[in-house]
Design a protein around this ligand. Structure first.
Ligand code: NAP
Length: 493
């Protein structure tokens, strides 16, 4: 059943509109506010406090003051806070899903999927909290003992993008909590509501004041810049675009901060001549249309063997034509709006340029008229390899197809990008699948699978897609440093 206006109001009423600093919700020190808009209608959902640099510093003060006590809490206690938060988010899944649909636009069914995925980081790291360990060993010459210990890195600045409002936050907050780090979170100003609602859950789950602080702001650089320069900050974890990530890396070099960078992608989706074409089309629908194509993991370039390219294009187009565009709260919605006018204009510009350069539109190819920033699910074939759409992150529901003849050519095309986040490979030949894992320059690969994201797996890229990993056994390591203590020989008198 479609969501009613009363249901929307009920969830919005639960979202605190202030800044979350030292366990309290407060107004901006300047009194400034900003509006959060529904991308399906352009209407304002809520008006939030707009943090100033002073507010940012107050958040870091709180995080720094809470760090020592927080690092000393028992790992089990930290794990249990996360586990309670997992149970609470799961029990309130419909509420979180509706809030994400309202602020980000994705259809409710997809938002529910994100709640499951995002909550899983809470459960996973509730288990990892008690699994960090060090070692004690004898030095090779037998003359000393080596004690190796893991300690929390200290106060962290976490900066998240707008496309997955819950999961991008829990993927950072959960390992930081598990490791014993305090935090300042700066969510994207387009979708800050979910993080604020989530903070109320963590508070209720027992997270002490000052461990998590949230500064929503329309002046990201001005608010976070001084924190990055402050010697009390010890880590910067960023998810967002590669150009912003590069600048943040440069800024982080001043204090030699630990950094984790989850940046942009330009994922190749390879379909070999022996692939199960139905499975490839199913995988393509997920890899391309999840989140309306607004995902770093979105398949960006379809590299298809010339013998199956026309069949693949036709089957993909047929499935895409069934993707009804509608506000995410409507029952028939299969494809929500893009996040804003600028994003939709960019998608259309890439499509128009590709068609101008000789690509053929199999389906779609235009913005949807009316309210909101909807764009038709689009398939382009015979796309010239030099087209801009093959180089840039599309961040929209557009599948450009190029063809190849040999495996070497497919690999060369796939690796011909500055990005290296994820690749998708469809083939029935398992050896070839393994070979592709070895030959493709990406941090992740889906083998006959259109989705790779999993809280238990290390998510992250190589090349200009980033540094570090989130999730899996690796995820908590990003928030820990290794300390070694050299001990004199206990047998020496
Ligand atoms: P973005 O423009 O880089 O923004 C990301 C975050 O950085 C937002 O919170 C933004 O704040 C903040 N920011 C922008 N300029 C800043 C500055 N000078 N100093 C400090 N913070 C700054 O990216 P986006 O458009 O939100 O997200 C889309 C991008 O994220 C895509 O490239 C996508 O591939 C990438 N992404 C990567 C992953 C991954 O795991 N690899 C996952 C999801 C998304 P404002 O909102 O206030 O501008």
């Amino acid at each position: 059943m479609a969501v009613t206006a009363d249901q929307e109001k009920a969830v919005l009423d639960k979202v605190p509109t202030g800044l979350f600093i030292d366990g309290e919700w407060r107004a901006s020190s300047s009194g400034a506010t900003f509006n959060v808009e529904d991308p399906s209608t352009g209407r304002t959902l809520l008006t939030l406090a707009d943090a100033t640099p002073e507010d940012g510093m107050a958040a870091l003060d709180a995080a720094a003051a809470a760090q020592a006590d927080w690092a000393r809490t028992a790992p089990r206690e930290r794990g249990e806070i996360l586990r309670r938060a997992f149970d609470m988010v799961t029990a309130r899944a419909d509420e979180f899903a509706l809030l994400m649909t309202l602020e980000m636009g994705k259809p409710l069914a997809e938002a529910r999927g994100e709640v499951t995925y995002g909550a899983e980081f809470l459960r996973w790291f509730s288990e990892e909290a008690v699994r960090t360990s060090g070692r004690y060993s004898m030095s090779p010459d037998g003359k000393s003992r080596l004690l190796v210990n893991k300690k929390p890195v200290g106060p962290c600045l976490l900066i998240t993008p707008w496309n997955f409002p819950l999961a991008m936050a829990t993927r950072k907050i959960a390992p930081a909590v598990a490791a014993g780090c305090t935090m300042v979170l700066k969510p994207a100003n387009l979708t800050p509501l979910t993080s604020s609602l989530f903070a109320t859950v963590l508070q209720e789950a027992g997270l002490p004041a000052g461990v998590l602080n949230i500064v929503n702001t329309t002046t990201a650089g001005a608010v976070t810049g001084p924190l990055i320069e402050d010697p009390r900050l010890r880590k910067l974890s960023f998810t967002g675009s590669t150009p912003v990530g590069r600048n943040l890396l440069a800024a982080a070099s001043k204090n030699v901060l630990r950094t984790s960078m989850e940046l942009g992608g330009n994922a190749p989706f390879l379909v070999f001549e022996d692939a199960d074409l139905d499975a490839a089309v199913n995988g393509a629908m997920l890899a391309k249309l999840r989140n309306m194509g607004e995902a770093c993991t979105a398949a960006n370039r379809f590299i298809v063997h010339e013998s199956v390219a026309d069949r693949f294009a036709a089957a993909l187009a047929e499935r895409m034509e069934g993707m009804t565009t509608a506000r995410g709260t409507e029952d028939e919605s299969k494809l929500g709006p893009l996040i804003d006018q600028k994003s939709r204009d960019k998608v259309h510009e890439l499509v128009t340029a590709a068609v101008g350069a000789g690509a053929e539109t199999v389906t779609g190819g235009s913005p949807v008229t009316g309210d909101g920033y909807f764009y038709q699910a689009t398939v382009l074939k015979n796309v010239p390899r030099s087209a801009r759409i093959m180089q840039e992150e599309i961040f929209g529901p557009v599948a450009p197809i190029v063809t190849f003849r040999t495996e070497d050519e497919a690999v060369e095309l796939a690796n011909d990008t500055e990005y290296g986040l994820v690749a998708y490979v469809f083939t029935r030949d398992f050896n070839r699948g393994l070979r592709m894992g070895e030959r493709l320059e990406t941090g992740m690969m889906g083998l006959n699978a259109g989705v790779v994201s999993n809280a238990a797996a290390p998510f992250g890229g190589v090349k200009q897609s980033g540094l570090g990993r989130e999730g899996g056994a690796e995820g908590i390591e990003e928030y820990l440093y290794t300390q070694y203590v050299g001990i004199a020989n206990p047998y020496a008198s």
